[in-house]
Design a protein around this ligand. Structure first.
Ligand SMILES: *[C@@H]1O[C@H](CO)[C@@H](O)[C@H](O)[C@H]1NC(C)=O
Ligand SMILES: *[C@@H]1O[C@H](CO)[C@@H](O)[C@H](O)[C@H]1NC(C)=O
Ligand SMILES: *[C@@H]1O[C@H](CO)[C@@H](O)[C@H](O)[C@H]1NC(C)=O
Length: 414
C-alpha cells in the first residue's frame, strides 16, 4: 500500500524534489505515513453531517443521519433494521418526584444545546479532530482504554492493582444474574494533575471472567484531557468484549453502539455541574437488557433513550451480567510510592456528605423478570482509603446510595 502511494508521489517528487526525499528509497516517511493514516481515520469516523453545531467548549457537534452512523460500518450490521424504541422498559423505575426537596438537584442539559439542536432522524456526534488523535499513542489506540487498564478491583492480585496505577472507590454486587443497573450520580469537575491521567464516575455491567474475555458495558461522566483535549466533564460510554484488547471503544468512536436519540451527544460536555456547598446537579443512567430482542439499552435522565448495544457484540453479556459496579476511578501516574493530586468525584471525602462529597443514589439492578429493585449484599472496595474512600448508606429518599471520592495526595496519602 505504501509503495503504491509512493508511485503517485514520485511525479510530485520530480517536480519538487524537496517534497518527497524519502520516496527515493521507495517508502513514505514515518510522518507521511502517519498523516495518511490519520486522514483516512478521520474520514472513516466523521460521517457526513446534515448540520453542524459549534459548542461553546470548542467541540463541533455533527448531526448525522441516523442510518449513516458509525455503527453501520460493522460487517454484522450491514442489513440491520434500527430499533427506534426498546420492546420493554424495566418495571419499577424510581420516581424522582418522591425525593425530598432539600436534596433535590436540578435538571441539566449539554453545553452544545446553547447553540442549537439536531433535526429529527439525525443523531449528534462529537466530531473527532486531528489533535484528538495526535494525543493518542497511535491512530489505532485512539478512543480505546489502554491494554493494561483492567479497572476491576476484585479481579486481580492487589499488588498488581497498585502497580497498574488505577485506583477505585466503588460499590458492587455479584453472585447473581443481572439484566441491568441504574444510578443517579452528581456531576463534578475533578482536577487532573497530569494530562495522561483521568477521573471518572460510572457504572460497570460486567460479564464473564476477569481474564482475556471480560465483557463490559460502562457509562458515566469523565474528565480525560488525553481523550478530549480539555478538563471538561463529559458524558461517556465504553464497551468491550475482550477485556479492553481488540474490541470496543469510548462513545461512538468505533462501530457497535446504535444511537437513536437526537438530543444527547456521547462525549459532549455536561452542563451545569455541581458546586461545592451550593447547587447540586445529577444525571441518571439506566442500562438494561431488552428481554425480547436481547439488546442492551441505555437511557439518560428520565427522557432520553440513547440507543443500544446489539447482543451479538458480546459473549457473556449476550445472556446476562454476573457483576455490577458503581463508583469512581482515577489514574495515578506518579511512581515510587508518590501519589497524584488528581481528584475523584468532588475531590472531597465521603464523610463530608451532601453538597460537598460526590454520590451515587438510588442504585438499582434489573432482575430476571425485568424489574428494577434495590441491590442485595452491596459490597464496597477501595485500594487506599486515605486517598479515595467510599461509604455506603440506605434511606427512604435515596434508597441504596454511597458517597465516594477524595483529593488524592494529602497528608495521609503522600
Ligand atoms: C444483506 O442482505 C443481502 C440481500 O438480502 C444479502 O445478500 C447479504 O448476504 C446480507 N448481508 C448480511 C451481512 O447479512
Ligand atoms: C487542565 O488542568 C490542568 C491542571 O489542573 C492544567 O495544567 C491544564 O492546562 C488544563 N488543560 C486545559 C486544556 O485547560
Ligand atoms: C496499595 O499501596 C498502598 C501504599 O503502598 C498500601 O497502603 C495499600 O495497602 C495497597 N493496597 C492494596 C490493596 O494492596
Amino acid at each position: 500500500m505504501a509503495a503504491h502511494v509512493c508511485v503517485g508521489r514520485r511525479l510530485v517528487w520530480l517536480l519538487a524534489a524537496v517534497v518527497c526525499l524519502s520516496c527515493a528509497n521507495g517508502r513514505l516517511s514515518g510522518v507521511e505515513k502517519q498523516n495518511l493514516e490519520l486522514h483516512r481515520h478521520l474520514k472513516r469516523v466523521n460521517k457526513a453531517a446534515v448540520k453542524s453545531i459549534q459548542s461553546p467548549d470548542g467541540d463541533i457537534i455533527d448531526c448525522v443521519h441516523v442510518s449513516h452512523q458509525p455503527a453501520f460500518d460493522h460487517p454484522f450490521l450491514k442489513n440491520h433494521t434500527i430499533q427506534m424504541r426498546p420492546a420493554f422498559h424495566p418495571e419499577g423505575l424510581f420516581d424522582e418526584n418522591k425525593v425530598a426537596s432539600e436534596k433535590k438537584s436540578k435538571p441539566h442539559v449539554q453545553l452544545w444545546h446553547q447553540n442549537g439542536r439536531c433535526p429529527e432522524n439525525t443523531i449528534p456526534i462529537r466530531r473527532t479532530k486531528k489533535d484528538d488523535i495526535l494525543r493518542a499513542s497511535s491512530v489505532k489506540r485512539y478512543g480505546k482504554k489502554k491494554h493494561k487498564s483492567i479497572p476491576h478491583p476484585l479481579s486481580i492480585d492487589p499488588d498488581l492493582l497498585n502497580e497498574s496505577g488505577h485506583q477505585h472507590a466503588i460499590a458492587y454486587v455479584e453472585g447473581d444474574k443481572y439484566y441491568g443497573a441504574k444510578a443517579t450520580i452528581n456531576v463534578w469537575e475533578p482536577k487532573i494533575q497530569q494530562s495522561n491521567e483521568f477521573s471518572l464516575s460510572q457504572l460497570w455491567i460486567l460479564g464473564g471472567s476477569f481474564g482475556e474475555d471480560l465483557n463490559s458495558i460502562e457509562a458515566g461522566w469523565q474528565v480525560s484531557p488525553d481523550l478530549y483535549g480539555d478538563n471538561n466533564t463529559r458524558l461517556f460510554t465504553y464497551w468491550t468484549s475482550d477485556a479492553y484488547q481488540a474490541t470496543g471503544c469510548y462513545n461512538l468512536l468505533c462501530s457497535g453502539f446504535i444511537q437513536i436519540n437526537s438530543e444527547v451527544a456521547m462525549g459532549a460536555s455536561i452542563y451545569p455541574i455541581s458546586n461545592f456547598q451550593s447547587s447540586q446537579y445529577d444525571i441518571s443512567i439506566l442500562i438494561w437488557k431488552d428481554p425480547k430482542e436481547g439488546n442492551w439499552w441505555m437511557q439518560f435522565g428520565n427522557d432520553y433513550v440513547l440507543g443500544y448495544w446489539p447482543a451479538f457484540l458480546f459473549s457473556y453479556l449476550a445472556d446476562s451480567a454476573s457483576m455490577i459496579e458503581w463508583g469512581g476511578e482515577v489514574v495515578n501516574s506518579e511512581a515510587d510510592g508518590e501519589h497524584t493530586s488528581t481528584q475523584m468525584g468532588s475531590g472531597h471525602f465521603p464523610e463530608e456528605g451532601f453538597g460537598k462529597a460526590s454520590y451515587f443514589r438510588n442504585i438499582q439492578v434489573v432482575d430476571e423478570s425485568n424489574n428494577l429493585k434495590a441491590p442485595k449484599g452491596v459490597g464496597s472496595f477501595t485500594e487506599q482509603s486515605n486517598c479515595y474512600d467510599v461509604q455506603n448508606g440506605n434511606n427512604g429518599d435515596w434508597g441504596t446510595y454511597f458517597y465516594y471520592g477524595g483529593p488524592g495526595k494529602n497528608n495521609n496519602c503522600p
